[in-house]
Design a binder for this molecule. Structure first.
Ligand code: NAD
Length: 545
């Protein structure tokens, strides 16, 4: 590991935004007790199950001490949620939508509070924290406006035209358990909780222990938006609390690593409850021969280094067509070196800290492994301990041999490996050469060509001339991964599908008119078969659905 405290000039300049007192770094990001105490009081934790001390990644100093939930607390939270859900399911959908509408407004109005909290819990730059505010406001608005339509009963063709009336209704599943990671603590706590609440479900959320305060802030804001008590509860703890939660809910909405996702799915399967799994990625970004380099560079920068690369849809593999590779790197590498790292609770920094010592260790291990195998550093490759304990410079690696850790495993950090290809075919082989299938990007001037390439890319989403931002924020469209990147989709109608049960109600209109199939069968002998054969033949000829 290289510890380059000298670093590059731009990085040091943006280092701290004047917030860290070098004499007392641990005292910089303190939360006021009157802010924290009411939040902590919301944790479903009546029994003594120990405490967790969260750390501010900007300094490594303690941030807050939180009570943990015991198995009994989790069971009680689910019981309360179930009781509250019974009445909530009967509240007219437009009223439920109203809560989401107000919640979206509150998040925008109180953004400076939650931005501080998200930054202090995760160490991310404020612009990355703002992505969460914008996302949650977007999701809340979408379901407030479109939700009633998603939930409206749908007529479908019946067995016999005119004689059979069929409607498909959507009913809430009941209690949804949301298990969320630390990297986007506001967004991922709410991405499925908001459609669940709209659908008439209750939610019990288990955030990552590091980002519990942000989850509690969301609970407070939902209540202020008019959500009745008991419908959105937060339990605190790690893997054991997550496992316990699965025992008490009717659907699990999990976001996190593939390894944990497999465990969650296994238990949900045993219980025969649904599970939506949004897991890891090893996303590739292809710069085609005809790409517009000038417009691609700022977009690719964000795609690779947004949230310090701790983002499921960020690009970790940069596939460059050889016709444009040199031109692209000549513009991209200086732009990477110029990114400002910093810990300020303001918009001065482009890139923040990694979230924990574990994240730093993984990033360092991946870079060290690539270098040991002969890779070259084009930018970064250094631990920036001069800024904070877990800062790492945005890093571009070239000549990384196949088989290196960073070519196959999710790094989840600010590290991107360059691969040069001689054709689109070779690019497609490189993009699809992964056990993951979450997201990919193609940069090209020919959008039609980009669309054709997309049909051959094995990922749940493909962005053309964009990294991830426009894809993630197009919340009417399904989002999620193929292969080891997940099961099911979120956003738009997909979340409503996952978080409700359908109930098909069929009316046999023919019965009242004396034309029912049962009456026909009453005729006995071969007649019913003859009549039905003729009817099916007519329907086939008329191409009836
Ligand atoms: P993680 O799997 O370690 O933890 C995620 C959550 O699961 C945490 O709340 C954790 O406490 C809980 N948990 C851990 N073990 C559990 C168990 N056995 N049973 C139940 N719950 C358990 O993931 P992480 O490291 O916190 O998050 C980073 C991962 O999340 C990355 O792989 C990233 O790609 C992925 N992610 C995916 C998406 C997506 O939409 N596809 C979005 C964000 C993050």
């Amino acid at each position: 590991m290289i510890d380059d405290t000298a670093g590059n000039e731009a990085a040091s300049r943006g280092a701290v935004g004047g917030l860290i007192d070098p004499e007392h770094p641990e005292a910089t990001y303190l939360l006021e007790p009157d802010v924290v105490a009411p939040l902590i009081a919301r944790i479903s934790s009546a029994e003594e199950a120990g405490t967790h001390r969260s750390i501010c990644p900007f300094t490594g100093a303690p941030l807050a001490t939180l009570p943990l939930s015991s198995p009994g607390d989790v069971a009680l939270a689910a019981k309360r949620a179930r009781a509250a859900q019974r009445s909530w399911a009967h509240v007219p959908v437009r009223e439920r939508a109203g809560v989401l509408g107000r919640f979206g407004r509150i998040v925008l109005e109180r953004q400076s509070d939650v931005l501080d909290l998200v930054q202090m819990e995760t160490g991310k730059a404020r612009r990355s924290a703002f992505e969460e505010v914008a996302d949650v406001a977007q999701v809340a608005r979408h379901y407030a406006v479109r939700g009633p339509r998603y939930l409206a009963p749908r007529r479908v063709p019946g067995s016999l035209p005119l004689l059979t009336g069929v409607r498909v209704h959507r009913r809430p599943v009941g209690v949804v358990g949301v298990i969320a990671p630390w990297n986007y603590p506001l967004t991922l706590a709410l991405a499925e909780a908001l459609p669940a609440l709209l659908a008439g479900d209750a939610v019990v959320l288990k955030p990552d222990p590091q980002t519990t305060l942000t989850a509690l802030w969301a609970a407070e804001a939902l209540e202020d938006a008019g959500l009745p008590a008991g419908l959105f509860q937060v339990v605190a703890g790690g893997a054991d609390v997550g496992q316990e939660l699965i025992e008490h809910v009717d659907h699990v909405a999990f976001t996190g690593s593939t390894a944990t996702g497999r465990r969650v799915a296994a238990r949900a399967g045993e219980r025969l409850v649904g599970a939506t799994l949004e897991l890891g990625g090893k996303n590739a970004l292809y710069v085609a021969a005809d790409a517009d380099v000038a417009t691609a560079v700022p977009s690719v920068l964000r795609a690779c280094f947004g949230n310090s690369g701790q983002l499921c849809v960020s690009a970790e593999r940069l596939v460059l067509h050889e016709d444009v590779a040199d031109e692209f790197l000549a513009a991209f590498v200086p732009a990477v070196r110029a990114l400002r790292l910093g810990a300020g609770l303001d918009y001065t920094a482009d890139v923040g800290s990694l979230a924990s010592a574990e994240q730093l260790a993984k990033v360092v291990a991946h870079v060290d492994d690539a270098l040991a195998r002969g890779a070259r550093v084009l930018a970064g490759g250094v631990h920036r301990s001069d800024i904070g304990p877990w800062f790492y410079a945005p890093t571009v690696l070239d000549g990384v041999p196949a088989g290196a850790l960073c070519t196959r495993e999710e790094t989840f950090g600010p590290v991107v490996a360059v691969t040069r290809v001689a054709s689109d075919e070779e690019a497609l082989r490189a993009i699809n050469d992964s056990e993951y299938g979450l997201h990919a990007s193609v940069y090209t001037r020919d959008v039609g060509h980009g669309r054709r390439l997309a049909t051959r890319i094995e990922t749940g989403t493909v962005a053309i001339n964009d990294g991830y931002a426009m894809t993630w924020s197009s919340v009417a469209a399904p989002m999620g991964g193929t292969k080891a990147s997940g099961l099911g989709r979120r956003h738009g109608a997909a979340s409503i599908d996952a978080l409700t049960e359908t109930q098909t109600v069929v009316v046999d209109r023919g019965a009242r008119l004396g034309l029912g199939v049962d009456r026909l069968y009453g005729a006995g002998g071969e007649t019913p078969s003859r009549v039905l054969t003729a009817a099916l033949d007519v329907m086939r000829r008329l191409r009836m659905p």
